[in-house]
Design a binder for this molecule. Structure first.
Ligand code: DP6
Length: 339
């Protein structure tokens, strides 16, 4: 096996959940309580290099050039253990990862992190997995990462076991020219990780209702995407985001990811819509607000968001493609898509 291995670099985009994943039926395997739908975000990326090295006596993780131990390293090693098992070798790896956007602030950094790690590690180990199996593997590292493996608009079928829980493209990037203007109100790491938040979801009296009502919202979202019906999309996306944050705010102990500027952005989005411009908001587990609009309104929306006190900057992103890897083989570099 060893002579067939390479150092490989994985690239992937984060994604914004239009219908959210919040709560697990099986926390270890990350089998979610409900299905979800997302859009990959071009313009933002994670780049991760994995190099299996016979000299190492443990995995070494470097984030933005700094060596990291603890929980992050354990999560990475757990995913690499699965890859090592599949590939049938026991070498440790050096992992170097870089994001071109703020980490741990509700811009789905764990999604792109584990998607990039998955494709890089599989490429480096010489494993040729289907997109479905890459998505299943990425899911075990971070649930939302399974949605960053395929491209464009993506649905994660909740499934009921490791085999049936994976994500797939429901519409390609070219299908709809939507833009996600991310109003960044904080770049500080969030106080409670999504991983811990998922555990608390069950303690909210609202979670059961949210889950039982999800199939209807998934269908509305699928149809809105299929028909490129922005008003229908806006309605279901805001409802779903509000439902998830209602669960978050009513769990035991209760959490609150919002900051005053988060609410100011929500209010501005509502005002802009009242004045006749198509726009909606959605918020993942953090204070930053994803403001979605048709491409032609990007400059106007972005300018409006930039004027809100507390908004530090606005990141403009478009529907993004799938995760992919580049095999670093001697001096030559071979580009290889994950599909
Ligand atoms: C609010 O995928 O970050 O962004 O599986 O523990 O890594 P882990 O959780 P994660 O949860 C994402 C939660 C969310 C909603 C979503 O992306 O669907």
């Amino acid at each position: 096996m060893v002579e067939n291995m390479y150092s490989a670099t994985g690239f992937s985009h984060p994604n914004i959940a239009l219908i959210k994943y919040w709560g697990n039926r099986d926390a270890k395997l990350r089998i979610p309580s409900n299905g979800s739908i997302s859009m990959n975000l071009d313009g933002l990326y994670t780049r991760t290099q994995v190099w299996f090295d016979p000299q190492l006596d443990h995995d070494k993780l470097f984030l933005e050039g700094h060596q990291v131990a603890g929980t992050a390293q354990k999560r990475v090693s757990a995913l690499l253990d699965r890859v090592r098992n599949m590939a049938g070798f026991a070498l440790y790896a050096r992992i170097q990862s870089h994001n071109n956007f703020p980490t741990g602030t509700g811009i789905a950094s764990s999604a792109s992190a584990f998607a990039a790690l998955t494709v890089a590690a599989c490429c480096a180990a010489g494993l040729e997995l289907s997109q479905r199996d890459l998505s299943r593997l990425a899911r075990t590292g971070s649930g939302s990462a399974c949605r960053s493996i395929p491209g464009g608009f993506v649905e994660w079928q909740a499934g009921d076991d490791d085999k049936s829980s994976y994500a797939f493209t429901i519409a390609p990037t070219s299908h709809w020219e939507l833009v996600d203007c991310i109003a960044v109100v904080s770049q500080d790491p969030k106080h409670t990780s999504s991983e811990d938040g998922h555990v608390l979801a069950e303690s909210s009296p609202l979670q059961t209702t949210r889950i039982s009502d999800t199939p209807g919202r998934l269908e509305k979202c699928r149809q809105a995407i299929k028909k490129r019906d922005f008003d229908a999309l806006a309605e279901v996306v805001e409802l779903d985001s509000n439902l998830m944050h209602a669960v978050i705010m009513t769990s035991n102990p209760p959490l609150l990811y919002w900051q005053p500027a988060t609410l100011a952005v929500i209010q501005t989005v509502k005002e802009i819509r009242t004045q006749g411009t198509a726009v909606c908001y959605t918020i993942d587990a953090g204070p930053n607000v994803h403001v979605i609009c048709p491409k032609e309104d990007t400059d106007y929306i972005s300018a409006q968001l930039n004027q809100i006190p507390g908004v530090q900057k606005v990141l403009t992103t478009h529907p993004g493609g799938p995760a992919r890897c580049i095999i670093d083989e001697d001096e030559s570099i071979t580009s290889k898509s994950s599909i």
